[in-house]
Design a protein around this ligand. Structure first.
Ligand SMILES: [Fe+2]
Ligand SMILES: [Fe+2]
Length: 143
């Protein structure tokens, strides 16, 4: 069964970010499927570059929003570091395989990349959700 990278439980409550998360989840699933199916390197490469581009724009957008919702500066820094770590790891694992001979098998690090990334990203984004629920208690209780 295909892995899914989006669930309703992942909503943080900011529609524009949730929509991007949904789109990223779909792209990760597509990338994962292409790896699992051993599609052509060129095909996998183009899916990877598309996913990476969308990750970069999402991270930039999300970092702007973190500052707008008064997310503590220390936490913003840690969150940005997490985004950078994911991008670094994506580039590192992908380019290692891309540079290998055409028939090189897909290494475990690459086939587990999206599962690792979604766990890292989700853990950090759930902290943002907690921050929002703490900073908007009046709204939740209808006051
Ligand atoms: Fe994030
Ligand atoms: Fe995010």
């Amino acid at each position: 069964m295909a892995l899914t990278f989006w669930e309703e439980a992942y909503r943080i409550g900011i529609d524009e970010l949730d929509n991007e998360h949904m789109e990223l989840g779909a792209l990760m699933a597509r990338f994962q499927q292409a790896l699992d199916d051993h599609e052509d390197k060129a095909v996998i490469g183009s899916i990877f570059r598309n996913l990476r581009g969308k990750l970069v724009s999402h991270f930039n957008h999300e970092e702007q929003i973190l500052r707008r919702i008064d997310y503590p500066e220390e936490d913003v820094k840690a969150h940005v570091d997490g985004h950078l770590d994911v991008l670094y790891t994506f580039d590192h694992e992908f380019s290692k395989w891309e540079k290998a001979p055409g028939d090189a098998p897909i290494p475990g690090e690459l086939s587990h990349l999206c599962v690792w990334a979604i766990t890292e990203l989700l853990t950090a984004d759930m902290r943002v959700k907690d921050h929002l629920s703490r900073s908007r208690p009046a709204k939740a209780s209808g006051e």
